[in-house]
Design a protein around this ligand. Structure first.
Ligand code: CP
Length: 313
């Protein structure tokens, strides 16, 4: 196991991480990929430690993989159920966080609809905090699992051409990947309808395309995103059929990319809208289920690394 230090108490975003920090987590995660492929998946390094999953927004992949990750490392994992909680009696985020922290968890995994909420929690509590997605802010473990998926499928990240297409404006996945992939040496561009793109100034020089066909030329990685209807203030101006015709990933469109380009999607996906269902299921091109698998390994690495100091190691 690598013994390099990770100089952070929390994992709140890619923004605060150096390329070495990111590579450190990815290198640590490699061991858990192999471990998770064994029939018996029980490590004791987090035995006696408590992990609280505090999700204010829905989740399948992130919540369940954090639960699997903590349990496979031996932690006691408890899910805070917002639906039946005193949040619905008006208790604030910080009062909720302080209340949970008084029960002395060692790590809190927080997803919240407000950008910056996990950072506010981290400033108030004693335990380590992991951002599991905040509003239109960041989703750092998604970017880490995406990087691990690319590294394992393609063999490297440096020098790759990556196109991210879809609702970039509302996507915390895009935001975290736009921080991590260039930091790891990839050449990233974004594509989508102008109404779903952020201002070019906010992208810090990342090339922006409204023509997906142009953006996909020669790409090694094509990352598709869903339209985040829950964050759209008014509806989309084009029909879903028109959206698919202009921005949906099909085999024909993928033929413009590099011959062995891989297809990614953080999920949940809308088949027939941003991605053709058959292409999503073609494991020779689609890395979508690899992303899910890498999610458990990356989250195990994050839980292990962030609890090392309190475990005295
Ligand atoms: N990629 C992702 O965050 O999926 P979930 O919303 O299902 O966790």
């Amino acid at each position: 196991m690598t013994a390099a230090p990770f100089p952070h108490r929390h994992l709140l975003g890619i923004e605060g991480l150096s390329a070495d920090d990111i590579r450190f987590i990815l290198d640590e995660a490699e061991q858990w990929v192999d471990f998770n492929r064994q029939p018996r998946k029980h490590d004791k390094r987090l035995e006696g430690l408590t992990q609280f999953n505090v999700f204010f927004e829905n989740s399948t992949r992130t919540l369940f993989s954090f639960e699997a990750a903590g349990k496979r490392l031996g932690a006691t994992v408890l899910d805070f159920r917002v639906a039946g909680s005193s949040v619905h009696k008006g208790e604030s985020l910080i009062d909720t966080a302080l209340t949970l922290d008084a029960m002395r968890p060692d790590v809190m995994v927080v997803r919240h609809q407000s950008t910056g909420a996990p950072a506010e929690v981290a400033a108030a509590v004693d335990c380590a905090v992991i951002n599991a997605g905040d509003g239109t802010g960041e989703h750092p473990t998604q970017a880490l699992l995406d990087a691990l998926t690319i590294r394992r499928r393609v063999g490297r990240i440096e020098g790759l051409k990556v196109v991210i297409c879809g609702d970039i404006r509302h996507s915390r996945v895009a935001k975290s990947n736009l921080l991590s992939l260039p930091r790891l040496g990839a050449e990233v561009r974004v594509a989508g309808p102008p109404e779903l793109l952020p201002s070019p100034e906010s992208l810090g020089g990342i090339p922006v395309f409204s023509d997906f066909d142009e953006s996909i030329e020669g790409a090694d990685v094509v990352m598709m995103l869903r339209i985040q209807r829950e964050r759209l203030e008014s509806g989309l101006s084009v029909s879903l059929e028109d959206y698919h015709a202009r921005y949906g990933l099909t085999s024909e469109r993928l033929a413009r990319a590099a011959p062995d380009a891989i297809v990614m999607h953080p999920g949940p996906m809308n088949r027939g809208v941003e991605i053709d269902g058959e292409l999503a299921d073609d494991r020779s091109r689609s890395a979508i289920l690899d992303q899910v698998e890498m999610g458990v390994a990356v989250r195990m690495a994050c839980l292990d690394i962030l609890t090392r100091e309190r475990r005295g190691g």
